[in-house]
Ligand binder design. Structure first.
Ligand code: GLV
Ligand code: MG
Length: 350
């Protein structure tokens, strides 16, 4: 059977060539705003410089009646906001277009690219099911970029929010050199998997492991025992991290809907960071600070990483051999982990 890959052709003449290596720009917090909401849109200029990414959301959470207003609002912001979007900007401009099976996705792209293609850095595509969805967006972007005379390719980010998308994760990550990264879409994914939850991201008090009883007596079974809440998203995030690492693109957590629960939000973000994610979504300004803190390595971790790098360099710098530091064995494998930490700290400081 022919796969969607067989229909993938080289880029159209005149279109900019996507990079083989995606530039590692900081994107710890991808802050969502609704461009059809004048109050939210008015705040955008003041946020430039204080957040890594501002994302104009056109999809879910924007009412059908407001789809055109959201698109037009984003054009206005992309054309008139100083310092937002483009290769040199401190704050990137992203958009989340509507799903490819909706009546709006084509108009989203054909409106945005000619109008703000020069400032738009990344197009986030929701509900991606397989490589064919990325190929479709890739081909359309190539045409629109060539027509608009853009000299820089717009990158593509896929939201993983269907069971089929999870099953096809590797082919999605490798579907185009435009692929910048993947986000977890926990709310849609939960619905698609028929999970019995009603939340946007985060844990669930019912998803737990209980300590064994001391014996099988009724008294011990009913006695109070420690309970440990488990992470509903561990499996999916771990798959995302591996698939992204294999293809040299970036994994992100996604939305955490309980805005008031800043503690659980920080925990979820930190688990994702420790597993390998580079950032997350922010649905409220207070989540920006949490994301920036969590997705930047701590001063203590960087200091320790530098000590390991120095100790291993003193051995000759070729990675062979081992040293003892604070009673712990360090070798090439721990050196490599420490270099990840140091490089991230340097990139964020640049
Ligand atoms: C995000 O789009 C989600 O469905 O969680
Ligand atoms: Mg969704």
């Amino acid at each position: 059977m022919r796969s969607a890959k067989d229909f993938f052709r080289p880029l159209a003449v005149g279109a900019p060539t996507p990079p083989t290596e995606i530039p590692a720009r900081p994107s710890r917090a991808i802050h969502f705003f609704d461009p059809s909401n004048p109050k939210m849109a008015a705040k955008v200029p003041d946020m430039v410089g204080s957040v890594d990414v501002l994302l104009g959301n056109l999809e879910d959470a924007v009412k059908a009646d407001n789809k055109v207003a959201a698109r037009e609002g984003l054009v206005e912001i992309g054309q008139n906001t100083e310092g937002l979007g483009g290769p040199e900007a401190q704050t990137q401009l992203w958009t989340r277009i509507n799903a490819l099976d909706s009546p709006w996705a084509l108009d989203d792209l054909t409106t945005l690219i000619p109008a703000i293609g020069h400032t738009l850095d990344v197009v986030m595509v929701p509900k991606v099911q397989g490589a064919e969805d990325i190929h479709y967006v890739d081909r359309l972007l190539a045409q629109l970029e060539a027509k608009a005379g853009l000299d820089r390719p717009i990158l593509v980010h896929a939201i993983l929010e269907t069971a089929r998308g999870v099953a096809n994760i590797e082919e999605i990550c490798g579907a185009s050199p435009r692929m910048q990264g993947l986000s977890l879409g926990p709310a849609d994914l939960a619905a698609d998997r028929r999970m019995k939850t009603t939340r946007v991201g985060g844990g669930h008090p019912g998803y737990l492991v209980r300590q064994d009883p001391a014996s099988s007596s009724e008294a011990d079974i009913n006695a109070s025992r420690s309970v440990f809440q488990q992470d509903l998203w561990h499996y999916t995030i771990a798959r995302m991290v591996d698939a992204c690492a294999m293809h040299g693109i970036y994994p992100y957590y996604g939305p955490f809907g309980d805005i008031a629960d800043v503690v659980a939000c920080e925990d979820q973000f930190r688990n994702a960071f420790l597993l390998g994610c580079v950032g997350t979504w922010s649905l409220h300004p207070k989540q920006i600070a949490i994301a920036k803190k969590v997705f930047s390595p701590s001063v203590e971790d960087v200091a320790h990483a530098r000590r390991v790098v120095a100790a291993m360099s003193a051995l000759g710098g070729d990675g062979t051999g081992a040293v003892m530091l604070d009673g712990k064995m360090e070798d090439d494998a721990s050196l490599k982990q420490c270099l990840v930490m140091v490089e991230l700290a340097e990139r964020l400081a640049a």
